[in-house]
Design a protein around this ligand. Structure first.
Ligand code: FES
Length: 158
């Protein structure tokens, strides 16, 4: 089925387009807008973005597959990103990641059976002074302990 944005997001798209000198420059913001609505970037979303921005489908697909923040298959409702770069690694990122895997019962890149949570690793999220840290959806959780990880993940699935 063809993809299209909701009327509210159509308005947001018009606002986005007004900020750029050409349509191609709006590729990434429009992909984010579509993914926010659809949960992932399906072939239908790629077609929609290409048509809307008057771009070759291959160009849009190239952008989608280049950036790890775009998902090319269905994902969970929530995204947990565990930073594993130096400061976090030195402060227990491995243990945080293992706790997430155990508690969620999934590996990196997988989604819980109930479709609620997908687990990812991330490179430095620019919060090194408060390592170890992870991002859940759009929110940072810093100076993490394993107990805090338990609470955060329980809250996500309740
Ligand atoms: S190393 Fe984890 S936020 Fe920078």
């Amino acid at each position: 089925m063809a993809f299209s944005l909701t009327p509210e997001r159509q308005e947001t798209l018009q606002d986005i387009l007004s900020r750029y000198p050409n349509k191609m420059a709006a590729t990434i913001p429009l992909l984010h807008l579509c993914q926010e609505q659809n949960g992932w970037v399906s072939d239908e979303v790629v077609d929609y973005v290409a048509t809307t921005l008057e771009l070759p489908t291959a160009h849009v697909f190239g952008v989608v597959t280049f950036y790890t923040l775009f998902f090319t298959h269905p994902m969970g409702k929530h995204h947990v990103w565990v930073c594993r770069t130096l400061s976090c690694a030195l402060n227990g990122a491995d243990e945080i990641l293992e706790r997430c895997k155990d508690k969620l019962g999934i590996d990196i890149g997988e989604t819980t059976e109930d479709g609620q949570v997908s687990l990812h690793t991330a490179e430095c999220l620019a919060s090194c002074g408060t390592a170890p840290m992870m991002q859940i959806d759009k929110e940072y959780h810093e100076n993490l302990t394993l107990d805090q990880v338990d609470v955060l993940l329980d809250r996500l699935r309740s």
